[in-house]
Design a protein around this ligand. Structure first.
Ligand SMILES: NC(=O)C1=CN([C@@H]2O[C@H](COP(=O)(O)OP(=O)(O)OC[C@H]3O[C@@H](n4cnc5c(N)ncnc54)[C@H](OP(=O)(O)O)[C@@H]3O)[C@@H](O)[C@H]2O)C=CC1
Ligand SMILES: O=C1CO[C@H](CO)[C@@H](O)[C@@H]1O
Length: 297
């Protein structure tokens, strides 16, 4: 199952499992990237905001020297909220490319659907209004320049996407949102798929949620029965609905474990779908009070 890919609206294939890098300390992420590519990952999820792209880049370059080909690896990065002004979008990507030591990224996402003043590093400080479609126009230019082989969004709900799909010249290839058994957001996933937008699950192990998906008795029972770990069950569940997963780990054994997923039978999938506990771990938008329909995000 770990060899599966999804096809983007550009025709490119995106590996269904990638390595997440948020909160991965710089020196650890360097080792994590090397370990991941060694055990077969072909996809790394990065962001300017994570402040470790230089070390991700170092790890990638070392792997390329050892024979892994750049074109076989799928790299995602994200435009930080402080680079939404038209004149800053290309600069945001340039900084990322410089840090990653790459000529292009395979996918570049608008990280959040709101803007912060230039120079803002802390989430949610110094908000400012920049029309998101102006930012998107610049993203389209990056796509046309070849520096971003595909472009997409993150943390968009159905309402925000509807407007995009209507007005954007180039439609978003991907929407990256929080998805795990305690936050399935099936309506959003279905909407994206119906509109040829692939979906990436962040926090696929429920890192920020409370209660924890990985402690759930149903997930644990299914794991035990199938000789899997709870993490593998949570990842397989998303992959089996064609959702890309980007579990983060800096622990070598977990990096390997998260790549060894197995097909669950329909009965197990139905059981996971019958779980009614809901928990959103990343709920900044609620606190910023920016989107009245946040609940749908
Ligand atoms: N677009 C966006 O706004 C967002 C994007 N992201 C992206 O999604 C990625 C994944 O989400 P993230 O928030 O990191 O959360 P995850 O759900 O991937 O959980 C990561 C946590 O789980 C631990 N872990 C990893 N593997 C296992 C395992 N097999 N068993 C038990 N625990 C495990 C990790 O610990 P350890 O490392 O110590 O092994 C880490 O503490 C991010 O790293 C980032 O790339 C995340 C949030 C928001
Ligand atoms: O990518 C991200 C990682 O997770 C954070 C929340 O804990 C988000 O704020 C951020 O967008």
């Amino acid at each position: 199952m770990n060899e599966r890919t999804v096809t983007l609206n550009t025709g490119a294939k995106m590996p269904i499992i990638g390595l997440g890098t948020f909160l991965s300390e710089p020196q650890k992420v360097y080792e994590a990237v090397k370990k991941a590519l060694k055990v077969g990952y072909k996809h790394i999820d990065c962001a300017y905001y994570y402040k470790n792209e230089k070390e991700v880049g170092k790890g990638l370059q070392e792997c390329f020297k050892e024979g892994i080909k750049r074109e076989d690896i799928f790299i995602t990065s994200k435009l930080w909220n402080a680079f939404h002004r038209s004149e800053l979008v290309a600069k945001g990507l340039e900084k990322t490319l410089e840090d990653l030591q790459l000529d292009y990224v395979d996918l570049y996402l608008i990280h959040w659907p709101f803007s912060q003043k230039p120079g803002s590093e802390k989430f949610g400080e110094n908000l400012e209004e920049v029309p998101i479609l102006d930012t998107w126009k610049e993203m389209e230019k990056l796509y046309k320049s070849g520096k971003a082989k595909a472009i997409g969004v993150s943390n968009f709900n159905i309402n925000l996407l509807k407007d995009f799909i209507e007005k954007a010249e180039i439609k978003p290839a991907v929407n990256q949102v929080e998805l795990h058994p305690y936050l399935p957001q099936q309506k959003l996933v279905d909407f994206c798929h119906a509109n040829n937008i692939q979906v990436t699950a962040y926090c696929p192990l429920g890192r920020a949620s409370n209660p924890k998906d990985l402690d759930d008795p149903i997930i644990n029972e299914i794991a035990k029965k199938n000789n899997m770990t709870p993490a593998q069950v949570a990842l397989s569940w998303n992959v089996q609905r064609n959702v890309i997963v980007i579990p983060k780990s800096v622990t070598p054994s977990r990096i390997e474990e998260n790549f060894q997923i197995k097909e669950l039978n329909k009965e197990d999938i139905d059981k996971i779908n019958s779980i009614t506990i809901r928990s959103r771990g990343v709920d900044h938008l609620k606190h910023l009070n920016l989107f009245p329909d946040y609940a749908d995000l």
